[in-house]
Design a protein around this ligand. Sequence first.
Ligand code: ZN
Ligand code: ZN
Ligand code: FE
Length: 759
Amino acid sequence: MIREKIVINGIVQGVGFRPFVYRLANELALCGYISNNSDGVIIEIEGEKTKLELFHKRLKSSPPPLSRITQYSINEIPIIKDSEFLIKKSSHNTTPKTFISPDIATCEDCLHELFDSNDRRYLYPFINCTNCGPRYTIVKGIPYDRPLTSMSSFPLCSDCQREYDDPLNRRFHAQPNACAVCGPQLTLHNGSDTISSYNPINNIISFLLNGKIVAVKGIGGFHLAVDPHNRNAIEKLRERKGRAEKPFALMAKDLQTIQKFCYVSEKEIELLQNYKRPIVLLQKKRNGTLPESIAPNNQYLGFMLAYSPIHHLLLQDRYDCLVMTSANVSEEPIAIDNQEAINRLSEVADFFLLHNRDILQRCDDSIVRVSADLPQIIRRSRGFVPLPNFINKIITHGVLAVGGELKNSIALSREDSVFLSQYIGDLDNPKAYSFFENSILHFSKILEIKPKYIAYDMHPEYLSTKWAKKQNLPSVAVQHHHAHMVSVMAENNFYNQTIGIILDGTGYGSDGTIWGGEVLIGNTSGFERFSSLKQVPLPGGTAAVKEPWRMALSYLYSVYGKDIPNKLPFVKSLDKNKADIVYQMIDKKINCPLTSSCGRLFDAVSALLNIKQEINYEAQAAIELEAAANIALNSSALSVHPIEPTSSVIDTSSLIKTIVEMILLSKPLSEIALYFHYQLAEYFVASAIAARDKYCLQTVALSGGVFQNKIFFEYIYKRLQSENFTVLIHKELPTNDGGLALGQIIIADATLSEQKKEV
Ligand code: ZN
Ligand code: ZN
Ligand code: FE
């Protein structure tokens, strides 16, 4: 007989860990107790030595599905001679190591009960259990227990309490446990008054059938729902939301529905059905019957499966799918509070499906896709947050990284874990900015991390930078593309010198110009700019981002000077006066900052091909260029030629010339678009080879928003591998600025460590 004390860290709270251990201990006739505290899970267990060994083996090899054990320590202690195994109340002390579970889609067991007319939770819209339901979005603080969630205002009825107390029940210690007697309820609202309703779900369905726009309160915020087959309703939603062309997401009842409209691979099925239930970008079927206006000029539809009981009820009979787009106006953050939603959306939604379980943390739907047969995360929010990234390195300094400006996400470090917040958005928007400030407070609170240092982007005008400089903490400025590079390195636990191909729209360079088409050599403590795209003027600064025709003109002018080929349809279509102004701006260097941006090169080519002259959502020109290229994807006529490795500036003049010639020869648009993707990739492959030759490096890290372009990413990824490079890519974080904060933390830590050494 022996007694042991086991301390387990990792994702072990709110994931059914205690009942699992309770059942295991009982099964093996072991005595002792388990308790949750801020250190993790503490188990004291006594019994025969062989049984204890079996206990460890089973707990480590098959823990509850949502848990993740990061540390497991065992110490032998004196025997007490307990007579049973107990689950003790949570205690709270000051050195926290635990993690809070993300929100989990309704499980099969609960779904079954939801539609079982004999079950006491038949059609109850808030059914959940230990294996499913809201988590992160209802948490106020830790330890994760009901009093510290938004369920604290719903005292359990005796039936729910019995389930909650019974270690053998599926709802044992399920903090959001509830039923129609004691739990949250739905209400119906028309924007000015509550409408009394016996069955709000049925009302909502009939509103949708009548082409109405409905705001539906969900897990991490509100959605705006409309009938996906009703063109007028979609049109009305676009108008009221101020969203002319940006795609709307869809929510489907089941996989079969999605397969009617999209091609779905095995990998994509896995992503769709994962408990995280993200939006998955899927290739549209050409003969699909959904209106084009859901995602105009886009080769993908964003589909997710229903993930809360409310969704399952809405999609039960009449609809197999619905447009479910985040409830906001233009670029504001998604609404979460009832009154806030009514105030902000009364001009958009005709009706509101509300409930009284508060959403404490805003969390958008996550967006993923499959690229090069691997999952690629585009927006990391619900289902992922607040899971940490384990970086296989101890960050000695508690660091807060404040991220970038667009697609902002902040991060906090704790030893070998980095916690990235959910998607916050564009800080230029005042509501997003206050979400940013709140997220920093809330994240520090629930993770109990008090940062000692701040890492921020070098860009002096980023609002995150300005915020960082106002704090009374020492801080470190990090170059944007260096942060991208170290972020992807850290995700791969690779910290040696490496080549980085970092391609995005914009980032502040160490020389004060705008970078974005960079080949860097570096590690966590520094970098050298090995080569980059030749700089061109950005006529009008941000205006050039919104109006890609300016970039096309800038490129043509830099390649041909005054002899711009006038026969080009693009040139013919230009407003002569506007074009002249741009020429003059370039000549006189008025508001024409120089940029090596790769994103702007995609824009320029999109405009040059007359695909998109002006955009109304971020990266639209590049997205539509990719959609055009996609049509030619299987044609074999393309001849792409390798580029001579060179370590100097990457001059794409001959690429632009070839594209112009192809246009003048009336080659198919899609073929030219595809040629551009491949040929541009060759320039960067050549540069990576030059870097390898010079520095004997074998590893290339890819990061930056441009790699969201699937055709470009898949091509360059395979080409680099065929050149025998080890290629590091993002796996768990977005390749766009949403993943910056991880790199910022690691670089700041390296900088601080070096400063200490010098002292
Ligand atoms: Zn469940
Ligand atoms: Zn109840
Ligand atoms: Fe970037």
